[in-house]
Every structure is written in structure tokens, then in C-alpha cells.
Write a protein that binds this ligand. Sequence first.
Ligand code: ATP
Ligand code: MG
Length: 370
Amino acid sequence: MAAHVLTVKELRKVFDTDQGQVLAVDGISFELSGDEFFTMLGPSGCGKTTTLRMVAGLETMTAGSIFFDGEDFSGFSSFQRNIGMVFQSYALFPHMTVFENIAYGLRVRGMAAAEVGGKVGRILGLLGLGDLAKRYPADLSGGQQQRVSIGRALVYDPGMLLLDEPLANLDAKLRVEMREEIRRIQKELGIMTIYVTHDQEEAMSISDRVAVFNLGRMMQAGPPHEVYSNPTSLFVADFIGKANFFPARITRSDNSGAKVALTSGAELALERLNALEPDEEAEIADGFDATVMVRPEHLVIGRAGGDGLSCRVRRIQFLGNIIRYHAECADASGEVIVDTTRLVGGLEEGSEAAIAMAPADSILYHKGRA
Ligand SMILES: Nc1ncnc2c1ncn2[C@@H]1O[C@H](COP(=O)(O)OP(=O)(O)OP(=O)(O)O)[C@@H](O)[C@H]1O
Ligand SMILES: [Mg+2]
């Protein structure tokens, strides 16, 4: 069988409310194929659920198109789209056993009893629920209930699996276990999956591709490491992982990079330049035309007098595998965070220090042409 392809183009959703119109989704486009695991990530209210519901056929589109294997989805009901959906609330039938909950989708499709038994059995095995088939939802843990709801979504061999914050109700440890489990099952079945979360670590760890949303728009989509290491906007830099920002004035630029001056007058030569999104230009402080972004693990902190920008260590935090230095630095907008794997000799809370950054690991976000 040829791999499935989902093509979403210029999807738009305007809700009419008593307070006027709400633009919930604003021109979203993406294409998925095969067993891709695609995650929509973004702050609350950015349009993730609305996008997912339009793909599922649970919400009408204001504009745009959705094609699955070349067929226009707009004429198909939610049922006809043959999509498996999992929500934050498990919504299991309380009066049905685990087996019956999972069998339900097959029964409404009119499948013969013998075949139902085989299909449900396979799903129970895949999800590690074999011993719990006769239990009722009230007698299951949260993680087990969520497994059942995943089983229910998968049992009728849907063409696509959509999950909306499926782990939000679970405790932190179980969330980590379950996300690995979801990815394992997803790859084992080879099913195209769209996952919604506002937990960036969850998104980064399970996805083949992450799409970062803000205010109804898709800001960037790509493999997790790419989105993390080359965010194309200040929003994505700030939203994914931790980021340090240094206001900068461009003093010279050409094809190979730019020279900038920071607040203290310190000069830097930078190789990686990204133009700001037009609506982000206003975020650059007055008197500056750019900002330098560096991840905490790409800064080097050392004793005062050494290479780099002057700063003062405010706090040293032991986070197990990393040591996080929080510092005040006149050149930065906000606190500077430096992550290291070793304690830096001679630095204590309150110490004067120096922070250095390498051009290859720093990105200059600038207004228009640098
Ligand atoms: N039925 C509705 N009527 C009016 N406005 C709505 C409706 N559903 C969603 N919205 C609005 O659309 C925007 C996007 O909502 P959506 O539920 O898609 O966000 P989300 O990214 O899923 O957020 P969260 O992370 O909180 O679940 C929000 O401003 C929301 O208030
Ligand atoms: Mg939502």
C-alpha cells in the first residue's frame, strides 16, 4: 500500500462570538506522509485544538483545504474520514468493560463478533492491557484509562491518529513513560499521527517534526533539533528551550556575517543572521536594531578578567546532570543563564565573572537587511 499523504493548505478559522469575531487559525499549511509523527506545539489559545478538529471534521473550516490521499476531506463527515482521536479526557464508557470500550468502534461499523474478538485482542496486546480486558474504567489507573482510549482510537485501523494533549491528566513520571509508549505503538502500526501539546519537552522528545504555533499562525515547522538550533523567530527561540538575548547595534555587515556592538560597547562578529518577523521588530529595544540569541549551553562562564562580557553570578543551581549559572549582565536583556557540566573554579554566588560566546553558536535577529 502506498504511504498516506495529508495536505493541509491555508487553513483558516474565524469564530463568531457575542464579542465579535475570533481569528483562531490563520493560514496554516503543512503536508504529512507515511508514518510521520507531527506535533503542534504552542501556548494556550494559539489554535492547536481548532486545527486538529478541522482535520478531524469536528469543526468547519472558514477557508482552506484538507486533502487525504488526494481526496478532498471537506465533503466527508468525521466518521467517513476514518480518523482515530484521543483527547485529554479519556471519555470512556463507564458501564462497559475495557474490552467492550475498545470493541465499540468495530461494533458500530457492523463488524462480525468473531472478527471483533481478534482485532480487540491484538490491540489489547499491543497496549499491554491483556489482563485488564474485563475491568471497568473506574477500576483503572489514569494511565491505564488513557491506554484504553488510545486502543479505542486505533482498533478500526484509522488512516490517521489525532491526539489532543492526551497526557495532560497524568503525573510527570507516567507522562514520560506514556509518551514513549505512544511513539512505540505509532511506529509499530506505521500510522500517521498529529499530536497536540503545550509541553515543549514532550513535543521535542517524541516527534519527527514539530510545528510551533503562535496566535493562530504556524511560526516554524521542522525536526526538533532544527527548530531548537535554528529558530527563525524570536518567539520560537524563546518558546523552545531556554534562550539568552543581548540587544545589539549592527556596525557592519556583508554576505559572510555582521559586526555588532552590545550595550557596553563590546564588539562581536557573528556569522548566523535571521531577519525578524515583521511583527517582532517592535520587540527590539529602542536604539538597537538587532538582538543576539545564545542557548545556555553555548555560553562559557569564567573568572572575571577573562574573555567575554562582565557579569555577576547571582545563583548557582545544581540540576543533576547540569550546573546552571544565573548571572546579571548589563549587556543582556534579562537574566543570563549558562549551563555547564562542571563547576567553574573560583566562581561563587556573588562573584564577578565573564561570559563568552562563540559566533557559530549565536544567532543575530535583525530588522530587515542587516
Ligand atoms: N467554539 C469557539 N468559539 C469561539 N472561540 C473559540 C472557540 N473555540 C476556540 N476558540 C478560540 O480560538 C482560539 C484558539 O483556540 P484553541 O482551542 O484552538 O487553542 P489551543 O491552542 O488548543 O489552546 P490550549 O492549549 O489552551 O488547548 C482561542 O482564542 C479560543 O478562545
Ligand atoms: Mg487545545
